[in-house]
Design a protein around this ligand. Structure first.
Ligand code: SF4
Length: 367
C-alpha cells in the first residue's frame, strides 16, 4: 500500500506556513518543500514540477479551498441517488485506480489537500434539522484516510459530528490506515467505510491500495473499537469467475466483522462516461476493463446490460442478507426500474430513497 513515504515533494504558500495542517506536513522528514509566494505562485510551482516529469502522485499541494466545503452530491440525471452530502477535503489521491473518474480531469496535477480549519457547526446543525438521519462524507474526490494520520481531519470531523445524534459521518478508504482513529473517544455515529473488490480486480485496477485482507482486517478492528462500518462494492467489474470471487469477498468480510455494525453497503456495476477510454492514459489494464459489452444509459454513461446488472445485484444481495444484520443495502446510480427488479421497491425520486435510508438508520443505528 502506498503511504506518505511515496510523497516526495510538498508545496504550500508561505502565508499558510503556520496553518496546523501545513505545520504537520512541514515536520515530515526526508521531503522536499516548496514554499510559494507572490513571485513563485502555487500554480507555477505545480506547472514546473509537471513539466519536469515529477509524477503527480508524488506531490502534495496544500491550499485553502475557496468554494463551499459542504455540498450535496450531484448524482446523475434520470437515476435514483441517495442525496449524499459531501465534505470537500481534497482532490486526487495517492492511489491509482484505472477506473477512477478523476482521471478525466486532465489538467489536475498533484494530490491537493485542503487546509481549511474544521467545518461550520451551524451548517451541520442546519443540515441535520428536520431529517431522520443525514449521511455525509469526505471520500468523493479523494481517499478519506490515505494521509489522515498527518492531517488529523478524520478525528476532527468525528469530534464535530459526534454532537449530532442523527449525523452519520463516513470516512471512506481503500487503505488500512485507521490505527490513529481507534482511540478517538467520542465516535458518535462515525462510519469507517471501505471500497471492496475481488483480489483479481484489486490487482488489475487498484494500484497502490491496501490488499483485500488488510481492508477487511482494518474493518474488523474498527468494529472492535466501537465504530460503525460500511462497504462499497463499486465498481463491480464482471469477468468469467466474478460470481464465485465476489461471493468469496462477502464471506470473508462477514466472517471477520460484526454484521450488526455494518450500517450500509452499496452496490454499483462498473460504468463510464463516453470520454473515459481516452482518459485512462493508456493504462495497461484499461482494455480489459472496458472489454465487456456496455451500452449508454439515459445519463450518457456506458453500463453492462440491464439484465446482467440485475443478476449481479440479486446475487450480492442474497448473500449479504444471508448474514442477517440490519445493513441498509442500496444501489449506486441505478434507474428506478432496476431498483424495482432488485428490491421490489418503487422509488419515484432520490428524495424517497433518502427518506427511506434515513428512517432505516434512525430505527436501527441511532442509539
Ligand atoms: S482510491 Fe478513489 S480517488 Fe483514489 S484513485 Fe482510486 S477511485 Fe480514485
Amino acid at each position: 500500500m502506498r503511504t506518505i513515504d511515496n510523497i516526495k515533494i510538498i508545496v504550500y504558500h508561505g502565508q499558510d506556513k503556520d496553518n496546523p495542517i501545513v505545520r504537520k506536513f512541514r515536520e515530515l522528514k526526508g521531503k522536499e518543500f516548496i514554499e510559494c509566494d507572490e513571485s513563485r505562485t502555487m500554480d507555477s510551482a505545480a506547472a514546473r514540477l509537471k513539466n519536469a516529469g515529477v509524477p503527480s502522485k508524488e506531490v502534495v499541494i496544500l491550499k485553502q479551498y475557496k468554494g463551499r466545503i459542504i455540498r450535496r452530491c450531484p448524482g446523475t440525471p434520470g437515476m435514483i441517488c441517495c442525496n449524499y452530502m459531501i465534505i470537500n477535503t481534497g482532490f486526487n489521491c495517492l492511489y491509482d485506480c484505472t477506473y477512477c473518474f478523476l482521471n478525466t480531469y486532465l489538467n489536475s496535477y498533484g494530490i491537493v489537500q485542503f487546509i481549511n480549519e474544521g467545518i461550520s457547526m451551524s451548517e451541520l446543525r442546519a443540515l441535520t434539522a428536520e431529517k431522520a438521519a443525514v449521511r455525509i462524507g469526505t471520500g468523493e474526490f479523494t481517499d478519506s484516510l490515505m494521509l489522515d494520520q498527518i492531517t488529523g481531519i478524520g478525528a476532527s470531523l468525528i469530534r464535530s459530528a459526534s454532537h449530532y445524534r442523527n449525523l452519520f459521518l463516513e470516512l471512506k478508504t481503500k487503505s488500512s490506515n485507521i490505527e490513529h482513529l481507534l482511540s478517538v473517544p467520542d465516535k458518535g455515529n462515525a462510519v469507517l467505510a471501505w471500497s471492496l473488490n475481488t483480489e483479481r480486480n484489486i490487482r488489475l485496477y487498484e494500484a497502490g491500495t491496501a490488499a483485500l485482507d488488510a481492508r477487511i482486517q482494518a474493518a474488523a478492528a474498527a468494529c472492535r473499537a466501537g465504530y460503525l462500518v460500511a462497504f462499497h462494492f463499486d465498481p463491480i467489474i464482471i469477468y468469467p469467475d466474478w460470481e464465485r470471487e465476489y461471493l468469496d469477498v462477502l464471506d470473508r468480510l462477514f466472517r471477520a466483522i460484526d454484521a450488526e455494525k455494518a450500517a450500509w453497503i452499496s452496490l454499483g456495476c462498473f460504468r463510464h462516461s463516453p470520454g473515459f477510454k481516452e482518459a485512462m492514459h493508456g493504462a495497461s489494464s484499461g482494455p480489459s476493463l472496458t472489454a465487456g459489452e456496455m451500452f449508454p444509459g439515459p445519463d450518457g454513461k456506458f453500463r453492462y446490460l440491464k439484465g446482467i446488472r440485475i443478476g449481479v445485484y440479486h446475487t450480492m444481495l442474497d448473500r449479504i442478507r444471508s448474514y442477517g444484520g440490519t445493513t441498509f443495502v442500496y444501489l449506486c446510480m441505478e434507474s428506478a426500474s432496476v431498483w424495482r427488479s432488485v428490491f421490489g421497491i418503487e422509488y419515484k425520486n432520490s428524495d424517497e430513497l433518502e427518506s427511506a435510508f434515513g428512517n432505516h438508520l434512525k430505527n436501527y443505528f441511532i442509539q
